[in-house]
Design a protein around this ligand. Structure first.
Ligand code: DAK
Length: 263
C-alpha cells in the first residue's frame, strides 16, 4: 500500500508503527484548515492499513509539536467560518480519540491551543523535556475550540483546567507530568524512540482486548458509573469469546509467551 502525499504532514510506517508528523515549519506546525483535513485523511490512512497497529503523532523540528490553530488564517474568519473551523477540528480530534488503533502523542516542543488539544485527543502522551503545554486562547479573545474545555478538565480536573485556560500560562513538561497531563517525560533525543518502545509493548498484547479496553476507558468519561460497569461487563464477555483469550491463558499456564492472532 503506497503512501498518500500530503502538503503539511508526513506519514511513515515501520514495524507496525504508523507515524504522523505535523510539518508546517513556517508556522511552527500550526493547524490551518488544510492541515486539519490532511490529518483526518492521515488517520483514516492509518486505520485502513492492516500493518499499522499503533499510531504516533508528533511534530517536525525541535521547537514545536503544534503551536495551535493558525492565527493568521483564523483572523479573517466570520463567526460562521469560525464555527465551521471549530467543528472541523472537533471532528478530526474525535476521529483520533475514537480510532480503533491506540494513538500516542510524542510532544516534542510547543503544544499550544489546538496543539495541546491534539495531544489531549491521543490515548497516551509522552513529552520531551523542552515541551511546553498551554491554552493561550484567552490572549486572543477566544476560548479553546477543539475540545480543550471538555478534555482538559476530564484529564487534570476542573481546578487545574481553569488555571491553565483562564491564565493562558504555559505549563512545563515537568509540571505537565506532575498534574497528569502527560504520562512520561524524556530527553528530546529519546522521544520518538520511547514512543516507539511503548507502541511495541502495546502491539504485543491481544489486539481485540486492547481495542475494547480503549473504548471502555473512553466511555468512562461520558457515562455514569453503573452504565460504565454494565458496558465493561459486556465488553469483558466479548473478550472471552476471542481465540486470543484462549491463547493468552493457555500460554500463561504453559509458561510461554502468547502468540496473538487478533481474533
Ligand atoms: N499560527 C500562525 N503562525 C504561527 C503560530 C500560530 N499559532 N505560532 C507561530 N506561528 C509563526 C509565527 O508567526 C512566526 O512566523 P514568521 O513571523 O516567522 O512568519 C513563526 O511561526 C515562528 O514563530 P515565532 O517567531 O513567534 O517563534 P518564537 O520562538 O518567538 O515563539 C511561540 C514561539 C510558540 C511562543 C509563539 O510563536 C506563539 O506564541 N505562537 C502562538 C501560540 C498561540 O497563541 N497559538 C494559538 C492558540 S489559539 C475555535 C477554533 C480553534 C481554536 C479556538 C477556537 N473556534 C472556532 C471556536 C483554537 C485556538 C488556538 O489554537
Amino acid at each position: 500500500m503506497g503512501y498518500t502525499t500530503y502538503e503539511n504532514i508526513v506519514t511513515e510506517i515501520s514495524e507496525g508503527v504508523f507515524t504522523i508528523t505535523m510539518s508546517r515549519p513556517k508556522a511552527l506546525n500550526a493547524l490551518n484548515r488544510a492541515t486539519l483535513e490532511e490529518l483526518d485523511k492521515a488517520v483514516a490512512e492509518a486505520e485502513a492499513n492492516g500493518n499499522a497497529k499503533v499510531l504516533i503523532i508528533t511534530g517536525a523540528g525541535e521547537k514545536a509539536f503544534v503551536a495551535g490553530a493558525d492565527i493568521a488564517e483564523m483572523s479573517g474568519f466570520t463567526p460562521l467560518e469560525g464555527r465551521e473551523f471549530g467543528m472541523l477540528g472537533q471532528r478530526v480530534f474525535s476521529h483520533i480519540e475514537n480510532s480503533d488503533k491506540p494513538v500516542i502523542a510524542a510532544v516534542n516542543g510547543y503544544a499550544l491551543g489546538g496543539g495541546s488539544e491534539l495531544a489531549l485527543s491521543c490515548d497516551i502522551r509522552i513529552a520531551s523535556e523542552n515541551a511546553r503545554f498551554g491554552q493561550p486562547e484567552v490572549n486572543l479573545g477566544i476560548i479553546p475550540g477543539f475540545g480543550g474545555t471538555q478534555r482538559l478538565p476530564r484529564l487534570v480536573g476542573n481546578g487545574m483546567a481553569n488555571y491553565i485556560i483562564l491564565t493562558g500560562e504555559m505549563v512545563s513538561a515537568s509540571d505537565a507530568l506532575r498534574i497528569g497531563l502527560v504520562e512520561e517525560v524524556v530527553p528530546a533525543d529519546r522521544l520518538i524512540e520511547r514512543a516507539r518502545e511503548i507502541a511495541k509493548v502495546i502491539m504485543k498484547k491481544a489486539p481485540v482486548a486492547v481495542r475494547i479496553a480503549k473504548r471502555a476507558i473512553n466511555l468512562s468519561q461520558d457515562v455514569d458509573l453503573a452504565s460504565g460497569m454494565s458496558y465493561e461487563a459486556e465488553a469483558f464477555t466479548t473478550t472471552f469469546a476471542t481465540s486470543d483469550r484462549i491463547e493468552g491463558m493457555k500460554a500463561f499456564l504453559e509458561k510461554r509467551s502468547a502468540s496473538f492472532g487478533g481474533k
